[in-house]
Design a protein around this ligand. Structure first.
Ligand SMILES: [Mg+2]
Length: 104
């Protein structure tokens, strides 16, 4: 028997936990929720700048996880099939030119 967790499973779990912890009681403002993803990424940049990449509280890896958890939570609330979006976008990206035609 194969035992694996899908992106959709993680989205359900993240959103369920966020609802249980009251994060959707305080606000359903999606732009605000998206900006909280950005704050996690900013925390990640600071951790990286301080050389705290993995293995410590508030390390770069943990902040990336926080950002993904917040994205999954938003997807759960809006019932976005992120697994499908990821597959389609990755397939499309493989057809794009080097650096997607940009300078960097
Ligand atoms: Mg964080």
């Amino acid at each position: 028997m194969t035992d694996f967790i899908t992106v959709s499973d993680l989205i359900r779990d993240c959103h369920s936990n966020a609802k249980m912890k009251g994060f959707w009681d305080a606000s359903q403002n999606i732009p605000e929720k998206v900006m909280l993803v950005v704050t996690e990424l900013a925390e990640g940049v600071e951790a990286y700048r301080n050389g705290i990449v993995i293995g410590e509280k508030d390390c770069f890896a943990e902040e990336l996880a926080d950002a993904v958890i917040r994205i999954f939570d938003i997807c759960g609330y809006l019932e976005i099939d992120l697994e499908k979006e990821l597959r389609e976008k990755m397939k499309y990206n493989k057809t794009r030119p080097y650096l997607h035609g940009k300078k960097f």
